[in-house]
Write a protein that binds this ligand. Structure first.
Ligand code: GZL
Length: 333
């Protein structure tokens, strides 16, 4: 009998081990960081756009750091710039029954179905950094991200001051935009255009999609120089990566960025600030990637059934060649 029990026990242990290892395999095989085993108070699924810029990498680092600080168990998936990967990740989070889902939508459209699935599963969703465009109510609980329209306005306000200071009578602008149909692209473009709309000196010669990428920024700048070279007074670039890709192309054309062409950029990463201090960029509008604290605090409130704010905008500055930047703290991204 004992022998039988022994065999029975051995069989049960085998089945248990097989089950556990299969579960562990399933969790680790969904290509995301498996949550810590200590089952902390909250499990958060976060779908990140990719690693296209210093800003994005800084944002990911801050989300991970704050998850540690708040003892939130984080399942982070990198979508490598593909919306379909974000949608698949959100579906995995739903299957895994996370407490809260957060994501930075690469573009504004195309989220209704998967967010309806999250809603039907009773899982609240936080928008991080970027917004969505939808006719449906109640798909998301909160947007935590910059006021991109204001960032565009600050860029335009700087340009007006710069044109006054230089006594310019004519200001020809080329614009290198971020990812088409993304919130930062749409709102940075609108804020800038509205800020300069009443200034007769200002003309936007062309807007071209640089997709927030350094390589595309270089390509766009090459093509704009071929088309407009000496007509260009200003480059307005929607992020530092594209700006840093564009600068060498301006120099290859025999022009001095920051002097022959006014350079306006957005994000405020360390590399761009260093180039601003060298005088090759004239204005960098800050767009902080450090949103992790607000994401964790909002996720914890949602899990506890507490009210959350609909929109949380971080405080942001603008750094320009009008200022003494010698005491600026290291940027951290
Ligand atoms: C802005 C963010 C943008 C950054 C880019 O909040 O969405 O995406 O400006 C990044 O650097 O690629």
């Amino acid at each position: 009998m004992r022998v039988k029990r022994g065999k029975e026990l051995a069989k049960r242990i085998k089945v248990f081990v097989a089950t556990v290892s299969c579960l562990a395999l399933t969790v680790s095989s969904i290509g995301c960081k498996t949550p810590k085993q200590n089952d902390p108070k909250l499990l958060l699924g976060f779908s990140q756009i990719g690693s296209e810029s210093a800003w994005r990498i800084g944002n990911t680092n801050d989300i991970e750091k704050q998850a540690e600080n708040y003892e939130v168990s984080l399942m982070l998936e990198n979508a490598n710039q593909k919306q379909e990967n974000q949608i698949a990740a959100i579906r995995r989070f739903i299957a895994y029954k996370v407490d809260v889902i957060a994501f930075s939508p690469i573009v504004e459209e195309g989220w209704d179905n998967v967010l309806m699935e999250a809603k039907n599963a009773g899982i609240p969703v936080i928008l991080v950094d970027r917004d969505i465009s939808t006719e449906k109510e109640g798909l998301t609980s909160c947007l935590i991200g910059a006021d991109f329209y204001r960032e565009g306005e600050m860029a335009g306000e700087y340009l007006i001051r710069k044109a006054d200071a230089l006594g310019l009578e004519k200001v020809n602008i080329v614009e290198i935009t971020g990812t088409d149909n993304s919130t930062p692209m749409r709102q940075r473009q609108a804020g800038f255009a509205d800020a300069i709309a009443d200034d007769e000196r200002m003309t936007i010669l062309e807007s071209i999609d640089g997709d927030f990428l350094k390589s595309r920024g270089a390509e766009c700048m090459r093509s704009l120089l071929e088309k407009y070279k000496d007509e260009i007074t200003v480059v307005y670039s929607h992020n530092d990566e594209m700006t840093l890709g564009a600068l060498p192309e301006i120099e290859k054309a025999g022009l001095t960025p920051g002097k022959d062409i006014i350079i306006i950029s957005i994000d405020g990463g360390q590399e761009a600030i260093d180039v601003l201090k060298q005088g090759k960029i004239n204005c960098v509008v800050e767009c902080t990637p450090k949103l992790g604290k607000e994401v964790m605090e909002t996720a914890i409130k949602l899990k506890n059934g507490e009210e959350v704010e609909e929109v949380i905008h971080p405080q942001e500055n603008v750094f320009t060649d009008e200022q003494d930047l010698s005491k600026l703290e290291p940027r951290g991204y």
